[in-house]
Ligand binder design. Structure first.
Ligand code: EPU
Length: 421
């Protein structure tokens, strides 16, 4: 296994190129199951989760050829296999995104039920409920969700749950409905930019989707979809992570390709903290005020503050001048980073889904353990400013969602290296 060694204290300055969005690329890759002919994708990040999705697609009969950096050529060659097995689904939950496309295109999908996860309970009841509303028969066999339908039928359905809309659930139902008979209306659909990108990809392929980006998406079913060329949107969570990297080191970064319009709630909160965040012709630029004001923030579905930036923002709030309050409304147990940040000298107290962060003057380097992707990013950010060395174990978590993070950080002045255990 590998770990990161970070020597804190360097001020970051320069330009970082933001890659394509993992959470847009994954459902779009799954959507190629729906398409006839060839699909060419650009700006697909080379991440562990993307590689996992390609392995799964290969097993499902989709060939995938790498082109230029970030480029992939995909084609469905064999439609016999409809089974996403436990071995793959247990490694990556986003594997469930093949459920809707398999059902719609191959009339059957068998996908292993994903198990527990480091960020808490992650049921997929809404995915199943949505696909059943389209007329699929459901069965649970040997831990697999088996769905069958000769022809899906459009309907009006509600996809909201106790924690709001579901991102991959919306993706699954949206993809399935493209080939259903008649009109489907999804109420309480996820509004995330990754869903909009998926819908735009599908529309290029011939789908008839309107209302994407709002909580009501309407889909008029078509007979077939044709592969096209598409460029995946830039990753708003990577952009946000580097905004915080600049802030925590009191630095100044230009984030090429970053899209401010996808980060409105984040920009609002971070400006209250004292950051200067602006557009420039190629993306987003950020610089920090020396003094960080404490803030309150609550994670919410888009356009609210994203849960995927909660941990990283908390690392920054550890150094604010006063007490901040963070409430997690999407995954109320997503706080594995709290104990690790406290090992670095932070003062964070958890009360149910809320934490109170008492700002401290400095963080101190320590060996810490990564538990999931975004918690790992938070610990790297803390390590960038901590006094002395931070060793972040289980580096593989970071590789699921950040492409060559240590190279990007080193290029703008950080002292971080990847080391074999
Ligand atoms: N939920 C249900 N039932 C369902 C589905 C979801 O109750 O059938 C609940 C979840 O437990 C959670 C809430 O609804 O409380 C929202 O979950 P959602 O389904 O939106 O999450 P997801 O689709 O599984 C995606 C991202 C996550 C991101 C969440 C929330 C992908 C591949 N994953 O997950 O990304 O945290 O939306 O924005 O798009 C990450 O990149 O680090 C990551 C975890």
């Amino acid at each position: 296994m590998e770990h990161f060694e970070i020597n804190g204290g360097s001020r970051l300055k320069g330009t970082v190129k933001i890659d394509g969005a993992k959470n847009a690329a994954l459902p779009i890759l799954a959507a190629t199951i729906l398409c006839e002919g060839e699909t060419i994708l650009h700006n697909v990040p080379d991440l562990q989760d993307v590689r996992q999705m390609i392995t799964l697609l290969n097993r499902l009969g989709i060939t995938c050829e790498r082109r230029e950096e970030g480029g992939l050529r995909l084609r469905a060659e064999d439609e016999m296999n409809c089974h996403a097995e436990y071995e793959l689904v247990s490694r990556m939950r986003a594997s469930v995104c093949v459920m809707g496309p398999l059902l719609a295109k191959r009339k059957r999908s068998q996908v292993s039920m994903p198990g527990g996860c480091a960020i808490g309970d992650r049921p997929i009841n809404l995915h199943i409920q949505g696909l059943r509303s389209l007329g699929a028969d459901f069965d649970l066999a040997g831990g697999d969700i088996v769905l069958r339908a000769k022809k899906l039928k459009g309907t009006e359905l509600f996809l909201g749950g106790a924690f709001g809309s579901t991102v991959t659930g919306t993706a699954n139902v949206l993809m399935a409905a493209t080939l259903a008979e008649g009109r489907t209306v999804i109420e309480s659909a996820a509004c995330e930019p990754e869903i909009t990108d998926l819908a735009e990809f599908l529309n290029k392929c011939g789908a008839q989707i309107t209302g994407h980006g709002t909580p009501r998406i309407t889909i008029d079913g078509v007979d077939s979809l044709q592969g096209v060329e598409h460029t995946v949107i830039p990753d708003r969570i990577e952009t946000g992570t580097f905004i915080i990297a600049a802030a925590i080191t009191n630095g100044e970064l230009h984030l090429e390709n970053g899209r401010l319009e996808h980060l409105i709630a984040v920009v609002d909160r971070l400006r209250h903290l004292g950051l200067n965040i602006e557009r420039y012709e190629k993306g987003v630029q950020v610089s920090s005020a020396r003094r960080l004001e404490p803030i309150e923030l609550t994670t919410q579905p888009y356009p609210g503050f994203p849960t995927d930036l909660q941990a990283q923002t908390m690392a920054l709030l550890c150094l604010a001048d006063g007490n901040s309050v963070v409430t997690e409304k999407i995954f109320p147990d997503r706080f594995m980073h709290v104990a690790e940040l406290n090992r670095m000298g932070a003062h964070i107290r958890k009360e149910g889904p809320t934490v109170i962060i008492e700002g401290v003057k400095k963080l101190i380097g320590a060996p810490v353990m990564a538990s999931d992707l975004r918690a790992s990013a938070a610990l790297i950010l803390a390590g960038l400013i901590a006094k002395g060395q931070t060793r972040l174990h289980r580096a593989y978590h970071i590789d699921r969602g950040y492409q060559r993070i240590e190279e990007k950080l080193t290029a703008v002045g950080a002292d971080i290296r990847r080391v074999q255990d």
